[in-house]
Write a protein that binds this ligand. Structure first.
Ligand code: SF4
Ligand code: SF4
Length: 87
């Protein structure tokens, strides 16, 4: 079975610098049109299923806002927001 990954952003920590977006080889990250509490447009993932788990986004983020998890067989993608709030 194909490996699947879930990318979780801490949207309140993100300052919208776009580094992660520019370094994602799959082009699946984008800024949210809505702002976070600090007034920044936070980054998020647009198409979770296309993620290859390369971790370029997490490596590039200067503020450690991104976590990547490999999903178990049969495990569903969840909303990233509830996870992000736990961090
Ligand atoms: S892990 Fe790689 S493919 Fe997935 S969102 Fe981050 S940079 Fe893109
Ligand atoms: S690199 Fe980090 S701070 Fe910059 S937009 Fe991406 S998640 Fe936000």
């Amino acid at each position: 079975m194909k490996r699947r990954f879930k990318v979780v952003f801490n949207r309140e920590k993100c300052k919208g610098c776009e580094l992660c977006i520019n370094f994602c080889p799959k082009g699946i990250l984008a800024l949210d049109p809505e702002v976070n509490a600090k007034g920044y447009h936070p980054a998020g993932i647009v198409d979770q299923e296309k993620c290859i788990g390369c971790a370029s986004c997490a490596t590039m983020c200067p503020d450690y806002c991104i976590s990547i998890y490999q999903l178990e067989d049969g495990e569903e993608y969840e909303t990233s927001e509830s996870q992000a709030k736990q961090m």
